[in-house]
Design a protein around this ligand. Structure first.
Ligand SMILES: [Zn+2]
Length: 161
């Protein structure tokens, strides 16, 4: 687990740069989401900004997923470049989130910021809810799914709408 003491780091500098390699055991991806087989490489740049920090990160790696149609295992590239803001957990009782704050992550402890949690979160965000081994994977799952008919369909058919 990689933790950073942001408070200490930013006493002496205004930008932190680091490169890490997270082992699959370190990331601890929930097994029902997929499996990490090789280390995930992460490059981070952290700068302080008003009321929090800005984190730029580059993630390189892949997760083994099972195709939701043909059940084949395949590698999903979870590499990405992301810039996000982190802030202390709000202590106000009522929390108003502005649309501009939707890309904010929160940290509990400025002296022990958990980078591993953030990396895991970013990997999970990259995973599709319905994994497909290829965009045109052709196992005929649709044939078995009954077409849902809505009330609107019935009303249209009967010329009520
Ligand atoms: Zn497939």
């Amino acid at each position: 687990m990689v933790t950073l003491n942001l408070k200490e780091i930013f006493k002496t500098k205004n930008k932190f740069v680091g490169s890490y390699s997270f082992s699959p055991e370190g990331i601890k991806l929930p097994p029902d989401l997929g499996e990490i087989k090789e280390p995930i490489k992460v490059y981070v740049e952290i700068t302080k900004e008003k009321g929090g920090y800005r984190i730029y990160m580059e993630i390189e790696g892949y997760v083994v997923l099972e195709c939701s149609r043909c059940l084949t295992l395949y590698q999903k590239d979870v590499g990405k470049k992301e810039s996000l803001r982190i802030e202390p957990y709000p202590t106000r009782d009522v929390l108003y989130l502005k649309p501009s704050e939707l890309d904010v992550s929160f940290y509990e402890d400025e002296e022990s910021f958990n980078l591993t949690d953030l990396v895991r979160e970013q990997i999970i965000l990259s995973l599709p809810t319905k994994p497909l081994c290829s965009p045109n994977c052709s196992a005929p799952v649709e044939l078995f799914e009954s077409k849902a008919i809505t009330l609107g369909d019935l009303l249209k058919r009967d010329n009520v709408l």
